[in-house]
Design a protein. Structure first.
Length: 202
């Protein structure tokens, strides 16, 4: 069984409005990501902010919701509250502000993850795509617990508690996503304009 966590509880301060409700190709960002996630996972948990409204999500069959605590501590808190609900042996983490994900990429990650604690894409400049990655669920639960006990509440610091990480050159995924739009994060309205342009260019 494969679980999927969609991190959708961010403040969206740079964008100016809640990104999960921004429209792209006639659907909200969240709807886009949910549609793709159902193609490779058996269970989906949406990580939300403590004040998020959920009327439009409650109706979706099989969807679980997890909420951040009173104090915003970044995506780590959302991931940790969400992974506690995961029943799958492996879990894929996605970010709601990347609406053009390729399901094939994450299917490959999960297969590779069967021999590792995590499979994380790696950029040439050393950046890790920790919010576009696959994890062994029990190992991730342990890493979350250890990280939340510290003062450094970042997803990157969480990975220090994972012993067997497989880093994959992000370019290796071009066979599934030629322009690597899976990893394109929309943080501002200019980013959205650029994504629309890149999609049209193919």
């Amino acid at each position: 069984m494969i679980s999927c966590i969609i991190v959708a509880g961010g403040r969206s301060e740079r964008f100016g409005k809640d990104k999960k409700n921004v429209k792209f190709n006639g659907k909200t960002f969240l709807e886009n990501v949910l549609e793709k996630a159902t193609q490779f996972s058996d269970e989906i948990i949406v990580s939300l902010g403590k004040d998020d409204t959920v009327e439009d999500l409650v109706e979706k069959e099989g969807l679980k919701l997890a909420f951040d605590g009173k104090k915003w501590k970044g995506p780590l808190e959302g991931i940790c509250s969400s992974v506690s609900l995961c029943q799958g042996g492996y879990v894929v983490i996605l970010s709601v502000d990347s609406p053009m994900i390729s399901p094939d990429i994450f299917q490959e990650m999960v297969k590779t993850c069967q021999k590792h604690d995590a499979v994380i894409p790696l950029h040439a400049d050393g950046r890790l795509e920790v919010l576009h990655a696959a994890y062994n669920t029990s190992k991730l639960k342990h890493a979350c617990k250890k990280t939340m006990e510290t003062e450094e509440h970042s997803v990157k610091s969480m990975t220090s508690y994972l012993e067997n990480i497989k880093l994959v050159d992000i370019g290796d995924f071009r066979k599934y996503d030629r322009n690597l739009l899976t990893f394109f994060n929309v943080n501002t309205k200019k980013d959205l304009e650029q994504l629309i342009k890149l999609e049209k260019e193919g």
